[in-house]
Structures are given as structure tokens and as C-alpha cells.
Design a protein around this ligand. Structure first.
Ligand SMILES: Cc1ncc(COP(=O)(O)O)c(C=O)c1O
Length: 274
């Protein structure tokens, strides 16, 4: 496996970072997961833009999009331009003192490839007893501080589910651990607005552009009462939700989900960098 680490292409056995890296010690970093299909990264421009926004949100110097993009294509080439893969770009605060204070040295930048997992035809989701803070310092930033998501996904797995859904401090629907949520309620396709505290998902934005949908606050209980619902993300595209908290929704996929998935696939096939 070839890794791009701070500008060098290395075998994964040689790619090493410091035990004092601030990403490791305190989760001070940002990342992107990019889908690779047919040897090409999907929506790389949007992912690089969000990486820059996330870095700015965390007060990290913005990584040069051209440099990261060159790294992405170098890793893909060195790996034989795989047909299906998951590409991960990670930028951390670099070597730092122990504690929250960031060091003054260079950032750590890693580009790595992994397997694109198959999420299955539908998803069982559970709501979790922990809240997303829609007004937190890290709200809407794709940081490497994902332990809360790890915990929530573990909670979901203990209940036989594959995604955990967070409400925010107002009791409104926010997002999944690695996905945005859409539901059909009152005959209307709706998704929480970014002010609900969710990540500005690339898939969410593309679907809103290509298919439409209303952005409005949704009391979390509305999800379980939806006529249909689905998750969207880079690795899932559009995945129907079969059940919420153990109660099956009327259809998975329902007609709107099916249409949304069809539209998304057709539009995504037109360009790898929409
Ligand atoms: C917390 C969170 N919300 C939403 C998403 C979906 O975003 P995207 O469509 O850009 O993958 C992700 C992606 O992993 C995520 O981690």
C-alpha cells in the first residue's frame, strides 16, 4: 500500500508519524473521505474545499489544494488506479507538546487508500442518548476528533443497527455518525439545515442541488414517523433506512428514496468532479 506522507510517497511500512503528533494526542486534525470509482476520485474539488474550511475552522493553516490534489493522484497511480476504493486525507497539527497547545512545526499530511465498504441495501438506525451541540467550536467541522461517533456507532451496533442518529440540543434531528439524514414527512422531502449542527455533507449538497428537498428543523421523533427516510454520505451514496429504534418504516426504499438514488447515480455518472 502506498501512502503519501508530507509530500513523499512511501510504502505503508515506512510511513510513520511522531508519537507526539497532535492528531494522535488530542485529535487536533481535519480529514476528508473521498470515494474512488473507476480509478478517479469523486467530487475532489468539493472535498478539498471542505478540507480548507475545516482547517480554517480549527485554526490550522490551510493545506494547498493543488498539493493535496497532486498527492491524491500520485497515490491513486501508485496503487494502480483502483476501480473502487476509499481515499482518506488527514491533516493534523503536527508534532506538538503534550496537552492542548499546538506546536509550531509543520502540519502532518497523510493520504491513504482503503477499502470502500459495502453498506448493504438498507440500514437500521438508532437514535442515541447523546446530543450534538449545534453551537460547539467544532460544529460542522470534519475533525479527527471522532471518538463521540465511535462511541455512538458502538451503541448502535450493540442494538443490531449500523448507524447512530444524533439529535441536537433543541431535540431536533442533526445527523448520523458518518451521514446526513433525509426523510419524507407530510409528503415532503426534508433534511436538517446546517444550523442544526450537521456536517455540510458533499452528498447532501449534491442531492439538494440535483433532486431538491426542503431544509428545515425536524423534531427527532419525526424520523421514526416518516413514510420513508434515507442516509447520504460519500461511502453510502443514498441508503434507505429500514427501521428507526427497532420500528420499521413503511418502505425502504420508498418511492422518493428510489427516485433520489436514481437521480443521484445518473448525475454522478456524468462527471467525477461535479
Ligand atoms: C458526521 C458526518 N456527517 C455527514 C457526513 C456525510 O458527508 P459526505 O457526504 O461529505 O461524506 C459524514 C461523512 O463521513 C460525517 O462524518
Amino acid at each position: 500500500m502506498t501512502i503519501w506522507l508530507n509530500g513523499a510517497l512511501l510504502d505503508d511500512a515506512q510511513a510513520r508519524i511522531s508519537v507526539f503528533d497532535h492528531g494522535l494526542t488530542v485529535g487536533d486534525g481535519v480529514f476528508e473521505t473521498v470515494k474512488v470509482t473507476g480509478g478517479m476520485p469523486f467530487a475532489l474539488t468539493r472535498h478539498l474545499r471542505r478540507l480548507g474550511t475545516s482547517a480554517a475552522g480549527l485554526g490550522l493553516p490551510a493545506p494547498e489544494p493543488e498539493v493535496i490534489s497532486a498527492g491524491v493522484f500520485a497515490v491513486l497511480k501508485a496503487s494502480g488506479n483502483p476501480d473502487r476504493a476509499r481515499l482518506r486525507i488527514t491533516v493534523t497539527g503536527g508534532e506538538s507538546p503534550l496537552g492542548s497547545q499546538r506546536g509550531r512545526g509543520p502540519l502532518t499530511v497523510v493520504i491513504a487508500l482503503g477499502e470502500l465498504n459495502d453498506w448493504g441495501a438498507s440500514c437500521d438506525a438508532v437514535t442515541v442518548p447523546w446530543l450534538r451541540n449545534e453551537r460547539g467550536a467544532l460544529t460542522g467541522i470534519k475533525t479527527t476528533s471522532y471518538a463521540e461517533n465511535v462511541r455512538a456507532l458502538g451503541y448502535a451496533a450493540e442494538r443490531g443497527a449500523t448507524e447512530a442518529i444524533f439529535a441536537n440540543t433543541h431535540g431536533n434531528l442533526c445527523e448520523g455518525t458518518g451521514s446526513n439524514v433525509f426523510l419524507v414527512s407530510g409528503g415532503e422531502l426534508v433534511t436538517p439545515p446546517l444550523t442544526a449542527g450537521c456536517l455540510a455533507g458533499v452528498t447532501r449538497a449534491l442531492l439538494l442541488e440535483w433532486f431538491g428537498g426542503v431544509e428545515r428543523d425536524v423534531p427527532v421523533a419525526e424520523l421514526g414517523a416518516a413514510s420513508e427516510a434515507f442516509l447520504v454520505s460519500t461511502t453510502r451514496d443514498i441508503q434507505p433506512i429500514r427501521a428507526v429504534d427497532g420500528a420499521a418504516l413503511p418502505a425502504a426504499p420508498g418511492p422518493v428514496t428510489r427516485d433520489a438514488a436514481r437521480t443521484f447515480a445518473a448525475r454522478a455518472a456524468l462527471s467525477c468532479d461535479p
